[in-house]
Design a protein around this ligand. Structure first.
Ligand code: ZN
Length: 82
């Protein structure tokens, strides 16, 4: 069981209006908030945004579990203590 497999699993195809076809997309981390992460999906053909996904709370934990340990770094939210 390799992590590479899991990384590929998250990449999927979405319909691109510019390409007029279902194109493989690239997942891009758009925004990281303490309680959620927002991902942008970019068409690999023309580079335009074809979708967006918000991952919050338990959903985020599940996605992280599926994505392996690749994003563990970003999950460690350090609270600022005075
Ligand atoms: Zn496209």
């Amino acid at each position: 069981m390799s992590q590479q497999q899991f990384e590929n699993f998250t990449a999927s195809s979405l319909y691109c209006e510019k390409c007029k076809a279902a194109m493989p997309v690239r997942e891009r981390l758009l925004l990281v908030l303490p309680d959620k992460e927002i991902f942008d999906y970019l068409c690999t053909g023309c580079g335009s945004s074809v979708g967006r996904r918000e991952i919050t709370g338990g959903e985020k934990l599940m996605a992280q579990a599926m994505a392996g340990r690749r994003r563990r770094r970003s999950t460690a939210v350090h609270q600022l203590t005075p």
